[in-house]
Design a protein around this ligand. Sequence first.
Ligand code: SF4
Length: 370
Amino acid sequence: MKVTFPHMGQVYLAAKGLLDDLGVEVIIPPPITKKTLEIGTRLSPEMACLPLKINIGNYIESIQRGTDTILLSGSCGPCRFGYYGVVQKEILNDLGYDIDIIIFDPPDTGYREFIQRIKRVAGRNSWLNVARAFKKASIIVEEADELLEIGLKKRAREANSGETDSRLYAFEREVIKCYGSYEILETIRKYKGILESIEEKTGVFPLKVGLVGEIYTLIEPFVNLNIEKKLGRLGVEVYRSLTLNEWVKIHLSLDMGYRLHHRRILKKAEPYLGLCVGGHAWQTVANSIHFSQNKLDGIIQVMPFGCMPEIVAESILPRVYEDYGVPIMTLVVDEMTGEAGYFTRLEAFIDLLEQRRNRTGEKKPSLSGG
Ligand code: SF4
């Protein structure tokens, strides 16, 4: 069995750690490039969501490297994500690829199915081994997110411009050579220390901007055109509303404390939206309120073109702005998005936030409560 999976930010670290520990051969898709997007766009229905097109590009590039099994994530919707796994399977079947496709729906939609599919991947591993491998993978997710969060703080304050990114680039080159969760975690921990030691400028009070929106677009840097890096280079400290770690804690772990914390944030959206309309629209509204209450300087919503749930959220955000007064900008990405225009909009928004802060003279405290 040679297994692959789609790219989504640092998912590949946990997936590789997990599969290595289970003794399953892994083929990590090559990093997403314009070619990946071009392949996916050519082979997917025109109106399919951008993440689906990129996933297809990932699979084809992995198949060209010898993959015979694909792990896909599934969902019960209610937006088009509910059909993702099945549609991707149909596309690959129609293209004539003779490969095994295993769709993982989140366990809270059916534990029995979830366990059966794990068994297909885990083979002869004992359940104890499987449980250990999952536990270590969840630690990788948590620590990899912590590494990125150190990067978000350092980028906005680094004394030597570009140092954070060059350290993170070195991390990516080193971690890809690791085998198993132990080596991956050691490398993450080593680079957490390296990032922490980056020298900071003194007397700097970065603008604080929260990112909200569709999860894949937020987490995958190729799709959001490296928004975290671009904002960091503009001297902005970025706060992420959705992370892989959060997703794991809500859907896969038994951490009731975290689930309650998540519920409390969702409740904030009640006056505007009190139910799931698909994707992460509910979270987008709730986190925008949460960021506003914590007095961030601005909020940016990022979403793929035609994303129905995020369009619903976008229509609500002006009311959140009216009620809380924190500026919110929406950025829409698709396969045609040009980097120059995107960056100009980001710069203009940050200029506006700076002028606003200069008028009020307020220096923001750090965000509390996640
Ligand atoms: S959340 Fe948006 S982008 Fe994702 S599947 Fe649903 S409609 Fe498509």
